[in-house]
Design a protein around this ligand. Structure first.
Ligand code: ADP
Ligand code: MG
Length: 246
């Protein structure tokens, strides 16, 4: 289980996350929706500690961390927590100087200190899962956006994170290429991968998410079971947002 409690994040004077509480149950998919600038990316970045909130707490499985204390004293907890998350970015962010398979092996070797054989076997397993094993030896730049994103998903999953964080995973892709990424995410959802996914794509959200969280101006306006939030939103703001994208 992953739990964020009372997360506050400021950039200078700007209060970007305001007391956010969020619980993800193991094996479930949560879609984080909301207008641009509402704080979705920042919230994801707080879960993998690319951003450091000013207050609140984060728990992933057995590991937890309370913010607002000296980050130096929390370094080891932060390192352990970071290893429990995997992140997929809007723009793939593959390493251009590494082949596809080397991209997937990289974290296993440098962070987890796996030997090459073991890392290679694991990378090939993940590349097969996303339908990219046949491209293992090519450079990322030779792939389509949809293929690059599938490799990025394999890379994020390689160290078996407790939660896969996806930030607008399909929004840089043309619709026909987005489909292949959506199919992979749907398959992962079906297999019980715990995911937190920021997305504008309500079809993607509807086809994968169990829980939907609507964020606006850094606050959770509404959260609930996906079907309920989409078909019978309780809050007028959610109703407006969902209807504009329907
Ligand atoms: P979303 O992903 O929902 O579009 P973001 O989390 O990217 O929203 O941004 C939330 C708010 O935080 C925005 O007002 C944005 O301008 C601001 N913000 C995001 N990152 C930074 C940063 N590194 N420095 C200053 N402000 C930032
Ligand atoms: Mg964003």
């Amino acid at each position: 289980m992953i739990r964020l409690q009372q997360i506050d994040k400021y950039f200078g004077d700007s209060h970007v996350l305001k007391g956010v509480d969020l619980t993800l149950t193991e094996g479930s998919v949560t879609a984080l929706i909301g207008p641009s600038g509402s704080g979705k990316s920042t919230l994801l970045r707080c879960v993998n500690l690319l951003e450091w909130p000013q207050s609140g707490s984060l728990q992933i499985g057995e590991e937890s961390l309370t913010f607002g204390t000296d980050p130096k004293q929390q370094r080891q907890a932060a390192q352990r927590l970071r290893r429990l998350t995997g992140m997929v970015f809007q723009n793939f962010q593959l390493f251009p100087h590494l082949t596809v398979v080397a991209n997937v092996m990289e974290g296993l070797i440098t962070v987890l200190k796996w030997d090459k054989e073991r890392a290679h076997a694991r990378a090939m397993e993940l590349l097969s899962k996303v339908g990219m094993a046949h491209k293992a030896e090519v450079w990322p730049a030779t792939l389509s956006g949809g293929q690059q994103q599938r490799v990025a998903i394999a890379r994020a999953l390689a160290p078996s994170p407790k939660v896969l964080l996806c930030d607008e995973p399909t929004s840089a892709l043309d619709p026909e290429l987005a489909v292949e990424v959506v199919d992979v995410l749907k398959q992962l959802a079906k297999e019980g991968t715990t995911m937190l996914m920021a997305t504008h794509d309500l079809k993607l959200a509807a086809s994968t998410a169990h829980q939907v969280v609507f964020l606006e101006h850094g606050s959770i306006v509404e959260s609930g079971e996906a079907r309920q939030v989409f078909t019978q939103p309780r809050h007028p703001r959610t109703r407006d947002y969902v209807s504009t994208l329907a």
